[in-house]
Structures are given as structure tokens and as C-alpha cells.
Design a protein around this ligand. Structure first.
Ligand code: DC
Length: 215
């Protein structure tokens, strides 16, 4: 079984997908973490503006997502580092490079092979698994997504300005929705969830109901 979830930055896809994975015993796959690994490595190698070098690097690096939700880049645990402000600010343009997407999409399909998975990102319902058993688009207002991100940061002890975060979300969404390949899109086949006024449990239960796990 494949459950695919797409949606804009900060909509809670990761949190919700992890909770559904736990309830249904599915493997959770965070595809954004994979694009973030490419961005982190590009920063480390100082090649952020060199498309050809990024493409070459994306073919060589080893990305592993562990069952307990950690992300490994060439064997190193980078779960925290890929969430940094620096990575967040360069990841969207890097994820627009078509050969990088081709590389990662092929890895994403192979990780899911023979497993029951819940995969989240921007192009899962449209490109990676257009024939997924269940397709969702998880949304929330930009103000609510900003508020949640500021709260998350606060919990981690990071101070961030509401306006900065809001602008960064708006910019990333614009770029993610206007990519040549793998753009974030709403389609008639997705089940649309606007979680602006919904709690986490409520969203999880809505998904479980839609897939027939809760009557
Ligand atoms: O979900 P996230 O915010 O961690 O994703 C980071 C970036 O990666 C996001 O700005 C767009 C890109 N991305 C993508 O292009 N395709 C995906 N399937 C997942 C993420």
C-alpha cells in the first residue's frame, strides 16, 4: 500500500505522516529530507550555484532514511543539520534541478518497493506515485503554517521572527509551485485537507477514516 501526501511548506505533513505510519505500521518516507541532504552537501562543497557540480554530486552521495526517522548523508547523521536556516534557504532552487529530481524520484520508488509506505513531499501524488492507493493534499493558511513553524523553533530553543519565517514560507511555496518538473499541484484526485483549524489527532483521524481504517 502507498499513501501519498503532498502540500506546501510547514503544513504538518511530516508530523501527520509519522502519526499515521505508527497507527498503521507503515514505513514513513520524508522526501524533503532527501532534497535537504543534497542542499546540505552543496553548501558544504560550496557548489550551491554550480548546477553541473550539484548534478554530479547527487549521483554520488548516499542518502539513507532510517526506520526511526533519522537521515544519514554518507553515513553521517544529519537529521538536525538539514533543518537549518541555511539549508532551508537554498533547498527549493536546488530541488528544481531536473536531473537531481530524476535521481531522487528513482530512489524514492525503489525504497517503497514491496513495502507499505506513507510518503510525503511535493510531487508524490503526481510524479512519484501517481497511482498511489490514497492521495492527500495537506494545506493550511500561510499564517497558521508560520505560527506552527515559529512554535516548533521555540521548542528547539531557536528564536525566529514571525515575519522572516512567513516570507521564507511564501518564497519557498512560490518556487515549489512553479517548477518545470515536480511542481506542487492540486489535482482532482487528491483528497484535500485544510488543517488551519484542525488539531493533529483530528487530521490523523480524518485520513484514517478516508482510507477505511476507522468506521
Ligand atoms: O518538505 P520540506 O520542506 O522538508 O522540503 C524541502 C524542499 O524540498 C522543499 O522546499 C521542496 C523540495 N521538495 C521537492 O521538491 N519535492 C519533494 N517531493 C519534497 C521536497
Amino acid at each position: 500500500m502507498v499513501i501519498a501526501i503532498d502540500g506546501p511548506a510547514g503544513a504538518g505533513k511530516g508530523t501527520i505522516a509519522k502519526m499515521v505510519a505508527e497507527r498503521l505500521n507503515l514505513v514513513y518516507i520524508d522526501t524533503g529530507a532527501m532534497y535537504r541532504c543534497i542542499a546540505l552537501e552543496a553548501l558544504r562543497e560550496d557548489i550551491v550555484n554550480d548546477k553541473d557540480k550539484i548534478i554530479e554530486m547527487s549521483k554520488k552521495i548516499n542518502i539513507k532514511l532510517s526506520e526511526d526517522g533519522k537521515t544519514f548523508l554518507n553515513g553521517e547523521d544529519v537529521s538536525e543539520e538539514i533543518r537549518s536556516k541555511e539549508v532551508t534557504s537554498v533547498v527549493s532552487p536546488i530541488s528544481s534541478i531536473v536531473p537531481v529530481r530524476e535521481e531522487l524520484v528513482s530512489i524514492q520508488r525503489s525504497i517503497a518497493e514491496g513495502k507499505n509506505v506513507i510518503m510525503e513531499g511535493r510531487d508524490i501524488t503526481t510524479v512519484v506515485f501517481p497511482n498511489a492507493d490514497y492521495k492527500f493534499y495537506l494545506d493550511a493558511s500561510v499564517e497558521e503554517r508560520t505560527r506552527r513553524r515559529v512554535e516548533q523553533n521555540k521548542e528547539k530553543g531557536i528564536f525566529s521572527s514571525y515575519e522572516d519565517i512567513k516570507q521564507s514560507i511564501i518564497d519557498r511555496d512560490y518556487n515549489d509551485m512553479h517548477k518545470e518538473v515536480g511542481a506542487l499541484k492540486r489535482t482532482n484526485e487528491q483528497i484535500y485537507i485544510n488543517s488551519t483549524n484542525m488539531g493533529k489527532e483530528e487530521v490523523v483521524n480524518f485520513i484514517l477514516e478516508k482510507i477505511g481504517e476507522v468506521k
